[in-house]
Write a protein that binds this ligand. Structure first.
Ligand code: OOG
Ligand code: MG
Length: 262
């Protein structure tokens, strides 16, 4: 750790306030260039602690920057991990209020729900499939608190990997019923196709993103609990939305899920 406790608490408060007030900020490494990975995750952990202290429930986890399209879009080269609390969850077809957000973008994702806990290190695709109850289509709404989505990896980790809202729905499929690599993914905004992809865009197999998450947590002595919903990462690059936009995602065999931006 390069930052002291007081600085970590202060940065967590700053980033969470930006989130809650829908205000942007410069990336925090500009002022704290020595910040390391442990500091970045400690800031994220403190944001979670603040939310739990106010009564939020931890309901899920996410992997981000797991596809080449996303890595290229953001100019980075490794996955990052974050958390999902109940206030991020939006019902299928619901309205997302634009004025609660800064500059939201949507991503098509494959969501996993676990029936058994997963613990790294050494977690692999096989272990993930054995522990998965079912998968679902999910739209993640990301909203970096950094001006113009300009950040480096440590800053985005501290900012809980831009997590803001998400919806899951469609048709739940058991992992033995489908080949996740070849699932076709089509996302539309106002009826126009804006992104197309296949499951394999996510680290070759979306379950590999869940394994990477379990291994990341394992290094910190944590596991993914049973029942957790996990967003495995955007299949394609993220798409900006504006008030009035309607976004729908269809994934082969998994049905569709949608959101409206008001
Ligand atoms: C970071 C979050 C990326 C994904 O699915 O790749 C992410 C960002 O691009 O703001 O959630
Ligand atoms: Mg995402």
């Amino acid at each position: 750790m390069a930052l002291d406790k007081q600085t970590i608490l202060g940065l967590a408060e700053h980033l969470e306030t930006c989130e809650l007030q829908a205000r942007d900020t410069l990336k925090i490494t500009d002022e704290h260039p020595s910040m390391d990975w442990d500091d970045a995750y400690a800031i994220q952990d403190e944001i979670l602690r603040r939310k739990l202290a106010r009564g939020a429930r931890l309901i899920g986890l996410k992997a981000g920057l797991t596809s080449h399209a996303k890595m290229k879009q953001m100019g980075v080269d490794t996955p990052v991990f974050g958390f999902l609390v109940d206030s991020f969850s939006v019902p299928e077809g619901a309205e997302v209020k634009m004025k609660e957000l800064i500059h939201p973008k949507v991503e098509p994702e494959i969501a996993f729900v676990l029936k058994r806990a997963l613990k790294g290190p050494g977690c692999h695709i096989g272990a993930v499939l054995a522990a998965t109850d079912f998968v679902l289509p999910g739209i993640e709404v990301i909203d970096s608190r950094y001006r113009d989505f300009k950040f480096d990896l440590k800053s985005v980790v501290a900012d809980n990997t831009s997590a803001a809202r998400f919806v899951v729905g469609g048709r739940a499929m058991r992992p033995d019923q489908i080949d996740m690599r070849t699932l076709g993914v089509v996302m539309e905004r106002n009826g126009e196709v804006v992104s197309i992809g296949a499951g394999a865009a996510v680290l070759g197999h979306p379950a590999a993103a869940v394994a990477a998450l379990a291994n990341h947590l394992g290094r910190r002595g944590q596991e993914i609990p049973a029942g957790t919903v996990i967003l495995s990462g955007g299949v394609t690059e993220a798409i900006s939305v504006e008030p009035g936009d309607h976004v729908s995602l269809r994934i082969q065999h998994l049905g569709s899920v949608s959101l409206h931006f008001a």
